[in-house]
Design a protein around this ligand. Structure first.
Ligand SMILES: C[S@@+](CC[C@H](N)C(=O)[O-])C[C@H]1O[C@@H](n2cnc3c(N)ncnc32)[C@H](O)[C@@H]1O
Length: 398
């Protein structure tokens, strides 16, 4: 019988080779980490796989069989493996399937490696990771810079306990802290590098303050319309941070920033109606969603709602202020918007999308971000005047 540890080591080397050939792994240090850290040990509670063709996506549990080559191969595939659903359910809890949102996972190895390479870690750097999940990424970091230099923060105590167990079992006595990582972790600050593996709506001032001048913050920013961009910021000496969006990567969002689930649809007579050149189908475009999300926090979208006597409309909702924009029509016949509440959301969206189109509709990586104690500003590198500013602390979800 084949020795499972030998099989796992071979599969790790194969994963590292594939990631290297595809251009994700660039440096020998991260190559060595992928070859050394046993991802399967971080998946010993099993994982969920999506059921092909299910809508909404359903997940079925896959329980561990560390001695089977099939199980090990899945652990070393370049796949994101969901390990918890709906904030509590783990693979051993169910038979059959479950169609709820994933709440913890072991991230896609190629994305993890892209981020680790982009973090530009140097020997001796102190690193804060936000979103421990299985602990696999913290294991890679511990291998690269030493256990004493990495602190990882997880909001879910059960997830944190499993990650600690796996990390320590592999010989990586990493400090796994249970906390809301959106506030960073002041006790071990300052850090040279901060990396978030859950999506957030804002780069919080705490992260900036806890990073040394010249240090790097790497995080995905995601909004209510499910846009996302991976931002790489450098902390400047005056307590601000600034940088570029380097990819469209996306992560499950921070649990505290879950979208409002009880959304009220306004009645058919609410709001004021007018013609608009911008249809609700603009939300099919990733960058357009990214731009609208960067004009305000806390948006939700419900597509194709038909109220009595009304044509189907896409409802853009801002529950916190009670504002809405319901957009109907088509490119052929033209669009109509009905807006209500204190924010004229469609006026803002039209203006922002118009400015972006005037610049040739560039993608997410054409944008930059600046964070100061006063505001978070996302702007176009080629036209710094095309900017969307969110003042600090303007959303109750923060
Ligand atoms: C995609 S997983 C992280 C993957 C992980 N880095 C790995 O290597 O397996 C995202 C994790 O972020 C955690 N999370 C969500 N909100 C958080 C918060 N506010 N602070 C810290 N962790 C959070 C989730 O519970 C989840 O475990």
């Amino acid at each position: 019988m084949t020795d499972p540890e030998k099989s796992a080591a071979r599969l790790r080397r194969q994963l590292a080779d594939r990631l290297s050939e595809a251009g994700h792994l660039k440096s020998p240090q991260w190559q060595a980490a992928v070859e050394a850290v046993p991802r399967h040990k971080f998946l010993s509670g099993g994982f969920f796989r999506s059921v092909p063709g299910s809508s909404p996506t359903a997940y079925a549990p896959v329980l561990p069989d560390e001695y089977s080559e099939g199980w090990l191969s899945l652990c070393y595939a370049d796949e994101s493996l969901v390990t918890q659903i709906a904030g509590t359910v783990v693979p051993r809890d169910i038979t059959g399937t479950i169609a709820r949102q994933p709440s913890s996972s072991s991230t896609l190895p190629s994305l993890m490696v892209d981020m680790l390479e982009a973090l530009d870690v140097e020997d001796g750097n102190a690193v804060l990771e936000i979103g421990t999940g299985t602990g696999y990424n913290a294991g890679l970091l511990a291998h690269r810079i030493g256990v004493e230099n990495i602190t990882t923060v997880e909001t879910d105590p059960d997830v944190a306990a499993s990650a600690r167990h796996a990390l320590w079992g592999c010989g990586y006595q990493v400090d796994v802290v249970v906390a809301d990582g959106r506030k960073g972790y002041a006790d071990s600050a300052p850090y040279d590098r901060v990396i978030a593996t859950c999506g957030v709506t804002r780069v919080r001032q705490e992260w900036v303050n806890q990073t040394r001048p010249g240090g790097i913050i790497l995080t995905t920013l995601r909004g209510g319309l499910w846009s996302s961009g991976l931002a790489k910021l450098t902390r400047t000496g005056d307590g601000t941070a600034e940088g570029a969006f380097i990819s469209e990567a996306s992560f499950m969002r921070a649990r505290q920033e879950k979208p409002e689930s009880n959304l009220d649809i306004p009645g058919p007579d609410d709001g004021e109606r007018r013609r608009t050149h911008l249809g609700g189908d603009i939300a099919h475009d990733w960058t357009a969603r990214f731009i609208i999300d960067n004009t305000m926090d806390g948006l939700s979208l419900i597509g194709g709602v038909s109220l009595a006597g009304e044509p189907p409309s896409d409802y853009f909702l801002h529950p916190e202020s009670g504002s809405f924009a319901a957009v109907s029509g088509s490119g052929d016949e033209g669009y109509t918007v009905r807006q209500g509440g204190p924010l004229r959301m469609w006026d803002t969206a039209e203006r922002a999308i118009g400015e972006w189109r005037e610049q040739g509709s560039p993608g997410v990586t054409a944008f930059r971000i600046r964070v100061t104690p006063e505001a978070q500003t996302v702007y176009l590198e080629s036209a710094p005047g095309v900017a969307w500013v969110k003042p600090a602390g303007t959303a109750s979800s923060l």
